[in-house]
Design a protein around this ligand. Structure first.
Ligand SMILES: NC(=O)c1ccc[n+]([C@@H]2O[C@H](COP(=O)([O-])OP(=O)(O)OC[C@H]3O[C@@H](n4cnc5c(N)ncnc54)[C@H](O)[C@@H]3O)[C@@H](O)[C@H]2O)c1
Length: 260
């Protein structure tokens, strides 16, 4: 992908699943990476796994920072830590998020608040801190916010998650409108059903044939996506090949949203 070598990249939620695959992809492209995550042990494990990568540039630069992006202190520590470690941030992959199944009639205010707080407030806090740094530096940048196909349609049992991801899409468009004149490109990703630890946890109470039936009946390509296939979307949107892509979303769903 053009223009990623040497880029300084912060990936929130980079310790697992899509974020970890994205860290690997950016390192393979020759970028320098700081990855975040909620759990210190998971952050350390992922940094350890990625540190031994063999990449074309010959040197891997990856470090990790643990913290909760839903708190102002956690978001600021992540962005400030990445600026200190990398000397600046060229690309923010704003990826941290959480989800669980819960019928609308049973959602408690506390559960509502937690999902919105991690997926929408956290996204805003990290994006704003990184954008302020990019504007101050005056050299532009790229911000990629993680939404979902659940931001475009209302899947049952995910009202809080759907609302958070729909919010991310309008946050993204508004940021694009305000930050474009600073040379900061802002876009969102909308993956469909991707095999990750998060989905393994959500599906753990469901029968195997429910999951395979879901993949067969709801996804025209007949399978779940891979974290690497979403990482490729992040890499494209961050690259110079996407230099005029701004204020929109890239859907990576095996055709799921094409079904009537
Ligand atoms: N897996 C899918 O099918 C799918 C589809 C669409 C969108 N997404 C989104 O992709 C993103 C990554 O999901 P994944 O499936 O790779 O999940 P995952 O559980 O494997 O990874 C989630 C990452 O976010 C971090 N995180 C969670 N809560 C956090 C918090 N409060 N503060 C800081 N970091 C936090 C975790 O530590 C981890 O690094 C999420 O935003 C998710 O909503 C996933």
């Amino acid at each position: 992908m053009r223009g990623l070598a040497g880029k300084r990249v912060l990936i929130s939620g980079g310790s697992s699943g899509i974020g970890a695959a994205t860290a690997r992809r950016f390192l393979e492209e020759g970028a320098h990476v700081v990855l975040g995550g909620l759990d210190q042990a998971e952050v350390d494990r992922t940094v350890g796994e990625l540190s031994v990568l063999s990449v074309p540039s010959g040197s891997v630069s990856v470090t990790g920072l643990a913290g909760d992006v839903s708190s102002e202190g956690g978001a600021a520590a992540l962005v400030d830590g990445a600026i200190s470690a990398l000397g600046g941030i060229d690309v923010l992959v704003n990826n941290a998020g959480t989800a669980w199944r819960e019928p609308f009639l049973e959602i408690t205010p506390a559960h509502w608040d937690r999902i919105i707080s991690v997926n929408l407030r956290g996204m805003f806090l990290v994006a704003q801190a990184a954008a302020r740094h990019m504007v101050e530096r005056g050299a532009g940048g790229v911000i990629l916010n993680m939404s979902s196909t659940n931001g475009l349609g209302g899947e049952a049992d995910y009202a809080h998650y759907n609302a958070s991801k729909g919010g991310v899409l309008l946050l993204t468009k508004t940021m694009a409108v305000e930050l474009g004149r600073h040379g900061i490109r802002v876009n969102a990703l909308c993956p469909g059903y991707i095999k990750t630890p998060l989905n393994a946890q959500i599906s753990s109470g469901l029968a195997d044939d429910f999951v395979s039936g879901y993949e067969r009946d709801h996804i025209p390509l007949g399978r779940a996506g891979l974290a690497e296939e979403v990482a490729a979307g992040y890499a494209f949107l961050a690259s110079d090949d996407a230099s005029f892509v701004h204020g929109t979303e890239l859907v990576i769903d095996g055709g799921q949203l094409a079904i009537m």
